[in-house]
Design a protein around this ligand. Structure first.
Ligand code: HEC
Length: 126
């Protein structure tokens, strides 16, 4: 059975996952977030008040990660919020960010990509 070693080798290669390092993951996600328009409003780390004295446009993603760190359903809920926009009558960041609500992002990002982004945001805890 000469073929066996090759078959075993092929199996081994197929079973070995291709793993990105944390830095590669961060770079890829930031690129996706930038292409999806998220970074127009969001920052990764909290920013102080803007030069005009107004609060930031949107919550920093590290603050979102901290707020939902113990919420096992956050991934599903936030993915839906990203796709459909935030509810202007029940704001989660009222008083902390500008008065503009998050518009639906469905035209800019697929639901699968939104989920990938939300899952990345949720691990940005310090
Ligand atoms: C036009 C500005 C804008 C854009 C573009 C935008 N957001 Fe937001 N986002 C906001 C604001 C404002 C809030 C705070 C909403 C609130 O107070 O409930 C927010 C909240 C969020 C939240 C937290 C929601 C909650 O209920 O706490 C997540 C997660 C989020 N955005 C992800 C994204 C992602 C991912 C993208 C890109 C696909 C994106 N946002 C694009 C303005 C924006």
């Amino acid at each position: 059975m000469r073929i066996l070693p090759y078959a075993v080798a092929a199996l081994f290669v197929a079973a070995t996952p291709v793993r990105a390092t944390r830095a590669e993951y961060d770079v890829a996600m930031l690129k996706l977030a930038t292409h999806s328009g998220c970074m127009v409003c969001h920052s990764i780390l909290p920013i102080p008040k803007r030069a005009d004295g107004l609060p930031p446009i949107a919550p920093a993603w590290r603050d979102i990660a901290i707020k939902y760190r113990d919420d096992p359903r956050a991934s599903d809920r936030l993915t839906r919020t990203v796709m459909t926009g935030s509810n202007p009558y029940s704001r989660h960041w009222a008083g902390k960010v500008s008065v503009v609500t998050m518009p639906p992002n469905a035209a800019a990002v697929t639901e699968a990509d939104a989920r990938v982004l939300v899952n990345w945001i949720l691990v940005l805890v310090p």
